[in-house]
Write a protein that binds this ligand. Structure first.
Ligand SMILES: [Zn+2]
Length: 304
């Protein structure tokens, strides 16, 4: 009897231990499977703007209702970050792919994007025969758009406006033709209700001056800092006219250009702008209800 009791106890202990181990395993598995509330506290808000961590370059995914807009997409090594951002957000159809300007760190993945998703329109700068790009990735992008069924090609410039779903896009630049592709960047303000984002590509202070000289009202809630935070962009007068609350800098970790430059960071800080950097934070996601901007990254900055 005594021996049997001891056996039972041992068996009970074994069962309990196994059950405890199973419970721990299940809890650990759940941590990976279930989205934690703290990870995506704002994802139910109507507007999301993801600055994907594509390394040195720009790759932006805008989501508003069932409208998706993609701006650029980094170099080839940035594809995985773009694909992941689009997959996580269940994007299958893109209302507009915006090629800010024809440099490799912006449009290298354009043809791949067309091959992987349904793209309804391509927005590119209106070039002339004198400065039309002839690089392979630009030609591949144009060919991909041509092959895509019912894809509208929009050649845009300063003064144009477009609407995609509830999003209004105002193009401020380019205002003139140049052989400098950075200054052929589409500078676009995207507005949703009372919040706005200014996407600047790699436009330099020359283009910025043309915009401010034109008298355009360019005030925006969020500034995608021009040229990855390079000193040749984000001039004082332009920054004062945009008067952003938040600035996002998209650049590679310890990139060879030293982006972002300290002068730009100093100018932003002097203007009281909160800065979010993809080289420090990885993909930066901003959300809005149409009144204010929310993000996990901003919450974490506020806690520090
Ligand atoms: Zn660039």
């Amino acid at each position: 009897m005594k021996a049997k009791k001891a056996t039972l106890n041992r068996r009970t202990r074994l069962i309990l231990a196994a059950a405890a181990a199973a419970a721990v395993l299940a809890a650990v598995a759940l941590l990976f499977v279930l989205p934690r509330a703290s990870d995506k506290p704002y994802s139910s808000l109507p507007l999301a703007v993801h600055f994907a961590d594509v390394g040195q370059g720009d790759g932006i995914v805008v989501l508003c209702g069932d409208t998706a807009i993609v701006i650029d997409g980094g170099e080839e090594r940035g594809w995985e970050a773009m694909r992941q951002t689009l997959t996580e957000n269940r994007v299958e159809r893109i209302a507009c792919y915006v090629a800010s300007h024809p440099h490799a760190d912006h449009i290298s993945n354009a043809a791949k994007l067309f091959a992987s998703y349904e793209v309804e329109s391509l927005m590119t700068t209106a070039f002339t025969d004198l400065n039309r790009p002839d690089s392979q990735f630009y030609l591949d992008m144009m060919e991909a758009a041509k092959q895509e069924e019912n894809c509208r090609v929009i050649e845009a410039g300063g003064g144009d406006t477009f609407e995609f779903g509830q999003l209004k896009l105002e193009v401020f630049s380019p205002l003139s033709q140049t052989a400098d592709y950075n200054d052929m960047s589409l500078v676009i303000r995207m507005t949703y209700k009372n919040v706005s984002f200014l996407f600047t590509g790699d436009a330099s202070q020359n283009a910025e001056r043309q915009i401010t000289d034109s008298g355009a009202e360019i005030r925006s809630t969020v500034l995608k800092v021009g040229h990855h935070g390079g000193e040749d962009a984000t001039g004082e007068m332009f920054l004062e006219s945009v008067a952003p609350q938040y600035a996002v800098i998209s650049c590679g970790f310890r990139n060879e250009y030293g982006h972002p430059h300290s002068e730009v960071l100093d100018r932003l800080k002097a203007n009281g702008v909160k800065i979010l950097r993809t080289d420090e934070l990885g993909t930066v996601s901003l959300y809005s209800d149409g009144r204010q901007i929310f993000s996990k990254e901003l919450d974490e900055q506020a806690e520090q």
